[in-house]
Design a protein around this ligand. Structure first.
Ligand code: TYD
Length: 212
């Protein structure tokens, strides 16, 4: 997938993505990264996918609801729609206003869950993301890498349609995440998430430092 290391806005604001399997520590590390960036004197918005807009949060409810009967294709389209809404309504305006964005989940999740784990066609899905949710592009995407057994332990009991799919599905998701790093090596890095919160936060901060 096309990802550029060029700034996506005229301002010096930066767009960071944290992704990985359920339970890898994204939310904790996103909060830590926000605090780290604010400590550097930067203004930061913390967003999550799907969500972050009124319409995106409604799509999130629908997507995660155990009563929703959605095929993988419909899922992919709704994730893409929620992402475009977030890009247009929140991420673009933030970057233009000089505000950094830290976003939990982005293209790697669609690639890992819908393409790799569900088997939707890779080229079509990547083209769809590029066409409909391709701009602005993240300056750095970090995949928090943690063995699925540890992630499941950290996460606890399953709480949504995706976590219900079990360990085998999550193993495929983890492989998909690794494959995504290989596909987009210029702007995507794997970060070892096996460690305590401070250790992982330091690794994330190190990865981010290379972008400034
Ligand atoms: P998640 O972000 O893990 O929420 P929480 O941390 O509150 O549990 O839940 C989102 C779920 O949606 C997660 O299981 C992964 C899935 N997902 C996809 O399948 N494709 C996508 O493109 C995105 C963004 C998420």
């Amino acid at each position: 997938m096309k990802q550029s290391s060029e700034p996506t806005s005229p301002s010096s604001a930066r767009f960071f993505v944290l992704d990985g399997v359920d339970g890898c520590g994204k939310s904790t590390q996103a909060r830590r990264l926000v605090a780290h960036l604010e400590g550097l004197g930067r203004r930061v918005e913390h967003l999550r996918e799907p969500g972050g807009t009124t319409e995106g949060e409604l799509l999130r409810e629908l997507l995660l609801d155990r009563d929703s009967d959605l095929s993988p294709g419909v899922e992919a389209l709704l994730f893409c729609a929620a992402r475009r809404q977030l890009l247009e309504k929140r991420i673009g305006p933030c970057l233009e206003a000089g505000v950094d964005v830290v976003c939990e989940r982005f293209h790697p999740s669609t690639f890992a869950y819908q393409v790799f784990a569900w088997g939707l066609p890779e080229d079509e899905l990547l083209k769809m993301l590029h066409t409909w949710a391709g701009s602005p592009e993240p300056h750095l995407t970090m995949i928090l890498e943690l063995p699925v057994s540890l992630a499941v332990e950290r996460r606890g009991a399953a709480t949504d349609r995706f976590e219900d799919r079990g360990a085998e599905f999550q193993e495929r998701v983890a492989l998909g995440m690794k494959r995504y790093v290989e596909l987009c090596p210029r702007t995507t890095v794997g970060v070892d998430a096996d460690g305590d919160e401070d250790q992982v936060a330091a690794r994330v901060a190190q990865a981010v430092q290379n972008v400034f």
